[in-house]
Design a protein around this ligand. Structure first.
Ligand SMILES: *Cc1c(COP(=O)(O)O)cnc(C)c1O
Length: 406
């Protein structure tokens, strides 16, 4: 996997065709903004699943931890291992379900912390883990998302089972929200009530934790912005870390900066006569003399082909239309308004130049999807190039310290 930790000459080569620029200073600022919303009780988990939403998991994790996050969240075991191999020692919660003996061995070996979704899974874990150590585990309750977890009404049985089982220590009890970004808070508050009722039934007070009680957490990015009653001991933020807002009505809480930009170079310029067709299928025909720029980036890099003839790009600080079908490795822009464009010029597909900005929200709007999916769509063919003044802390020389947490 490509990372920013490469020699300057390689870093220069990384900007030859097309690349994703990761602004570590913006990321660090976003962490600070999020921390400013949290009380001293609440810790910040940087959710870095899916290669940190396409930003590069190792670099993002190092920067987020340096800026004040204390937990990392991943979806899968290999994602956790990648962070451990990079020398990251912070506690890592695996948000997805894991069951097999092989997975449990990997969890224990790499000191990752699993999510237990069912009593059966808890039994399997208790039998499989090493008897000398007690493994920190995280109990997942389903309070209305209808995804992972045991129904909140069955929390007492589930929690008591895990408390009785040898080799396991409950590090947290958590749940996940389905509609935290909705303007209508009805479902959000219903889930919160169910979560708190389940914890109370288990003998915990989510608002008055004791030194021995597990951590409690419920909030994703949206809930983190909604209000502090949803924060408890930990918030699990993905999207806002990367500088995007989960919803328009949550924009006034913090001042976030997008971390990711997508850039590519002009590889050829040409003048087309009126009536000339552009790209596969002639989905665009020039209605006038057109100054065309070919850009070295395409759908194999993660530019959605459905943006053909819809998207714009920034060239010399000006917004220009993309024309014709986007192809696997290249796309075309109408740069008639900018006669000075030359081969080698840098174009911004997603990001900002001067006072112009094209955001993942703009693309999501054009495509009828969400910004989360846009961020995750950029392929590894695009090198991730770190910019900004924050340097990640160097990895520790020797092994991993055990998250002292249970
Ligand atoms: C992905 C995920 C998050 C982060 O969601 P955002 O909306 O990006 O903040 C938090 N918790 C769980 C369980 C997740 O799967």
């Amino acid at each position: 996997m490509l990372s920013w930790e490469q020699s300057p000459s390689v870093a220069l080569m990384q900007r030859e065709r097309a690349w994703v620029e990761i602004d570590l200073a913006a990321l660090s600022d976003n962490v600070q903004q999020i921390l400013s919303l949290l009380s001293p009780r609440t810790e910040l988990m940087a959710v870095v699943k899916a290669d940190a939403y396409g930003h590069g998991a190792v670099t993002v994790s190092q920067t987020a931890l340096q800026a004040g996050a204390t937990w990392l969240g991943v979806a899968t075991i290999p994602e956790g291992i990648e962070l451990r191999e990079a020398g990251i020692a912070a506690p890592i919660l695996v948000l997805g379900a894991t069951h097999t003996a092989e997975q449990i061995r990997a969890i224990a070996h790499w000191q990752l912390q699993p999510t237990l979704c069912t009593p059966k899974q808890a039994l399997v874990y208790s039998e499989a883990v090493d008897h000398r150590a007690s493994l920190p585990v995280h109990i997942k309750l389903d309070t209305g998302m209808s995804r992972l977890g045991t129904a909140w009404q069955e929390a007492v049985e589930f929690v008591q089972l895990v408390q009785r089982l040898p080799n396991l220590a409950i590090a947290s009890i958590y749940s996940h929200l389905a509609t935290a970004d909705d303007l209508d808070p009805t479902v959000l508050r219903q889930q919160q009530q169910r979560y708190e009722a389940a914890l109370c039934a288990c003998g915990f007070d989510p608002h008055a934790p004791t030194p021995t009680s597990p951590r409690f957490h419920l909030a994703n990015s949206a809930a983190t912005l909604v209000d502090s009653s949803l924060h408890y001991d930990l918030v699990r933020t993905g999207l806002i870390l990367y500088g995007l807002y989960p919803a328009d009505h949550l924009k006034d809480r913090v001042n976030l900066k997008p971390v990711l930009q997508v850039k590519a170079r002009v590889t050829q310029v040409k003048m087309l006569r009126p009536g000339t067709g552009v790209s596969y299928g002639y989905k665009f025909i020039c209605d006038r003399k057109t100054h065309l720029a070919v850009i070295g980036i395409g759908y194999a890099d993660g530019i959605p082909r459905n943006l053909s003839n819809k998207m714009t790009a920034l060239v010399h600080g000006q917004r220009v239309p993309q024309i014709g079908a986007i192809t696997m490795d290249q796309l075309m822009l109408d740069v008639s308004q900018i006669p000075a464009v030359q081969e080698g010029d840098v174009v911004t597909l997603l990001g900002h130049e001067g006072n112009q900005q094209i955001s993942a929200d703009d693309w999501a709007g054009l495509l009828g999807t969400i910004s989360w999916e846009i961020l995750c769509s950029f392929k590894h063919r695009l090198p991730r190039v770190a910019v900004g003044n924050v340097r990640p802390i160097p990895p520790p020389i020797s092994g991993i310290s055990r998250p002292s947490d249970a």
